[in-house]
Design a protein around this ligand. Structure first.
Ligand code: GLN
Length: 182
């Protein structure tokens, strides 16, 4: 299996090692021509969604990636990657938690960025993921999924009553970092 890892900003190296540890072949997506390599899965890493959204647009990657996502390419996204996929981002009213200028807007959920506060923004817990117990879950200035907008969205894990990983059609997305579990 061939995994294209978006490598414009953030934790793309960790995401690539995670997929190599699963036996996949990986390559980095930094510019439009990288997409010619073709992929079975697109991995969107954590980082800063505002920066990633801007770079996707500036590098001409936004539209070709959106087309592939819309046509059913499998997507695996964590944290900032999840934020770029969601239909709705809550307006927090804060200057620092603004929405990215542009995001894919396909996954029918609402998120709140930096939902766990600035001081206690990063923490670890252990929970059930997709029926599997005792999975370590690392949250790093994580968003929260505050609303599910379609009955087709499957909840794979939760924390404090809110979903932390979801599956919808071709997309699996996490507010925590499964790529740090290897
Ligand atoms: N706080 C970041 C954002 O809003 C996400 C953090 C992460 O990807 N670990 O984009």
């Amino acid at each position: 299996m061939k995994v294209g890892v978006l490598a414009v900003q953030g934790a793309f190296a960790e995401m690539a090692s995670y997929w190599r540890a699963q036996g996949a072949e990986t390559f980095e997506i930094r510019q439009r021509s990288d997409l010619e390599r073709g992929m079975d899965l697109l991995a969107l890493p954590g980082g800063e969604s505002t920066v990633q959204g801007k770079l996707l647009n500036d590098l001409g990657l936004f539209t070709p990636l959106k087309e592939r996502i819309d046509s059913g390419l499998s997507v695996f996204a964590t944290c900032a990657g999840l934020i770029l996929l969601v239909e709705k981002i809550e307006d927090s009213g804060s200057r620092t938690d603004t929405r990215p200028e542009k995001w894919f807007g396909v996954l029918p959920v609402t998120v709140r960025r930096n939902a766990y506060g600035r001081q206690l923004g990063s923490f670890r817990t252990v929970g059930t993921f997709d029926g599997k117990p005792n999975v370590p879950m690392t949250f790093i200035r994580a968003p929260a999924i505050t609303e599910i907008l379609s009955p087709e969205v499957e909840m794979l894990s939760a924390f404090n009553g809110l979903p932390t990983a979801v599956r919808w059609r071709n997309i699996t997305a996490f507010t925590w970092h499964p790529e740090l579990n290897t």
